[in-house]
Design a protein around this ligand. Structure first.
Ligand SMILES: [Zn+2]
Length: 357
């Protein structure tokens, strides 16, 4: 088991200047830092990335990068100014722009690959893209980009699966989450559209991969082919791909809602079943917003993750854990986390009480 933490470049630079900060992090048994080197909303300074790499190397931490490639479709705290030349904002089935989310275009991939070469140059061995790397909002129907250009591209590529007179309206009934009542032609169209959208995320992963920088994707909670995320296809395209399971329940209210711990575990196990090699799987041990999941609930969450068999505990955004109590909790429970092995499978969950872990 290894504990990782995500931290912005500024957090690391400021932390290095704050007496005791590095010691607090190290004493908590955090061994690796994922630092934010790419953000769709603005260019990150290469000078600062190099500076942070140097600081972390000197302090003895493993270093990886995290990037926000497309913008967070549910808003969160990422603002919406994501336009670069040759990129376009994703559109929904009503042709309305989906705020905070770009469609994946060839130019976007070219621009992002450039950043992967920058990481290589700086000696950063891995990038895990944040869970905004998808083409759909949380849950819901089958999604994608329904703008005129993307519909035309789809119609060209999937000619044989497309009915005469194909238009945006042909897709409207077939993308519903529940396929009940669809005829054979509609089911073929549904499958073709899903494949088309999944190919975009898969192509992103394949075409931004650069030798010497391991590529990875953080999958959102319950993220799947509806959102363009086809984990098996991504594994085929990038055999050494890093994955993060999607967990949700980032605050006490959601974490303590009856049934949610089991939902969390089920979501993790379903993702893990597709992701393969456990050494490349990371958790989503997130506290959001600031301080919203108490250290005790974070402890329980990590125990659930360990009982799912996750080897890389990934604390998402230590900026939101700005309280020594979190680091004391990690320190005090490290041995227990470490000695806890996989107990849960999708078939045995009825025999566990997830409240007392
Ligand atoms: Zn489009």
């Amino acid at each position: 088991m290894k504990i990782w933490a995500c931290a912005g470049l500024g957090t690391v630079i400021k932390g290095a200047q704050t007496p005791g900060w590095m010691k607090m992090i190290r004493d908590s048994h955090i061994e690796g830092i994922l630092t934010t080197t790419f953000n769709v909303t603005g260019r990150t300074s290469l000078e600062n990335i190099a500076k942070v790499k140097k600081i972390l190397d000197e302090e003895g931490f493993a270093v990886m990068a995290i990037g926000l490639p497309l913008g967070h479709p549910e808003g969160l705290d990422t603002p919406c100014y994501t336009f670069h030349e040759g990129w376009h904002i994703r559109r929904d089935i009503d042709n309305r722009p989906v705020r905070w989310c770009n469609a994946i275009t060839p130019q976007l991939i070219t621009d992002i690959k450039k950043h992967m070469y920058e990481l290589k140059e700086l000696g950063i061995p891995a990038m895990i893209w944040d869970d905004d790397l998808r083409q759909g909002n949380y849950e819901g129907d089958i999604q994608g980009c329904f703008c005129d250009d993307c519909l035309a591209e789809f119609a060209g590529k999937y000619r044989s699966d497309i009915p005469d007179g194909f238009s945006r309206e042909s897709l409207r009934p077939v993308i519903k989450r529940d396929p009940a009542g669809l005829n054979e032609d509609q089911l073929a169209l549904r499958e073709a559209w899903t494949d088309f959208t999944c190919e975009r995320v898969t192509r992103f992963m394949r075409d931004t991969s650069v030798e010497g920088v391991q590529n990875g994707i953080m999958v959102m909670h319950n993220g799947d082919r509806r959102h363009g995320i086809d984990i098996l296809k991504i594994r085929e395209a990038v055999p050494d791909c890093l994955f993060r399971v999607g967990e949700y329940m980032f605050d006490d209210a959601k974490f303590e809602t009856p049934g949610n711990k089991r939902r969390l575990v089920e979501g993790v196990l379903r993702h893990m079943a597709l992701m393969g090699d456990v050494s490349r799987i990371f958790s989503e041990s997130t506290v959001y917003p600031h301080g919203a999941l108490t250290p005790e609930n974070l402890r329980k969450k990590i125990m659930l993750e360990r009982k799912c068999g996750i080897e890389n505990i990934n604390l998402m955004g230590i900026e939101r854990m700005n309280n020594p109590a979190y680091y004391e909790m990690l320190h005090d429970n490290y041995e227990r986390f470490k000695e806890t092995g996989r107990e849960y499978t999708l078939d045995n969950l009825d025999s566990f009480d997830f409240e007392t872990v």
